[in-house]
Write a protein that binds this ligand. Structure first.
Ligand code: SAH
Length: 214
């Protein structure tokens, strides 16, 4: 079997595993089946790329586990009416690629320049063409592409950043790992006429969201 065939088979097994773990949205499952996760990590980690684990991507950062990526995506994506998404924490660009397949347009912000540049090059080599890559501090969002249907944060802040809430559509939603007294909870926030509706989803462990750029 060629390496590509081995990876395809492992990816299809991963999708079966995700179905068992409660991922039901077929568009999300198709996106996971399409995106070669191994191509986003160092070759030393290729054998583990389809295990349900977070893996190092350099600079003390990690690519989230497939379950977390699928779960967070499913929680913000409901159907193909979702058009405009903002991602905070581009990292290696894996989650960005999944979003690119589901949303009309993706804006992604990364504070570490080297990760930003590598992800931008990788995804343009893969011919993704609906993504705006920004090197910057995600706390400020990116007003000129707003309002967003959804915002996904892949680093953990201590509070819901108000600057980002202001860039949401009236019915938009945010998924984020919120740090509460040292432990992190995944929250889905829905913007409604009567204010923000918050739902706690899970215990999680993400890298901290840091201010400024490096
Ligand atoms: N979704 C990424 C996960 C990367 S880990 C992936 O699939 O690889 C989280 C990322 O958030 C790190 O790359 C980190 O540098 C970045 N980050 C942390 N604070 C940030 C901020 N204020 N603005 C933008 N990115 C930030």
């Amino acid at each position: 079997m060629t390496n590509d065939n081995i990876f395809n088979e492992k990816r299809s097994k991963l999708v079966d595993y995700l179905k068992g773990a409660g991922i039901t949205n077929q568009d999300v499952l198709n996106a996971i089946l399409d995106v070669p996760r191994h191509s986003y990590v160092d070759p030393a980690f290729h054998p583990r790329a389809y295990d349900d684990d977070a893996l190092p991507i350099g600079f003390d950062q990690t690519i989230s586990s497939p379950t977390i990526v699928a779960k967070m995506t499913q929680l913000i994506y409901e159907d193909n009416k979702m058009k405009n998404v903002l991602e905070i924490g581009t990292g290696c660009g894996y989650q960005t690629s999944i979003l690119s397949k589901l949303f009309t347009s993706v804006t992604t912000i990364e504070r570490i320049k080297s990760l930003h540049l590598t992800a931008k090059k990788r995804l343009s080599d893969f011919n993704y063409n609906n993504i705006t890559f920004l090197h910057g501090d995600g706390f400020h969002g990116h007003k000129s592409n707003s309002p967003y249907d959804a915002i996904i944060m892949t680093a953990s802040p201590n509070e819901i950043p108000s600057g980002l809430v202001n860039q949401l559509k009236p019915s938009g939603r945010i998924i984020l790992p919120l740090n509460i007294n040292g432990s992190q909870k995944l929250f889905r926030i829905k913007n409604t006429k009567n204010g923000l509706l918050k739902k706690e989803v899970d215990d999680v462990l993400f890298v901290p969201m840091l201010e400024g750029v490096s």
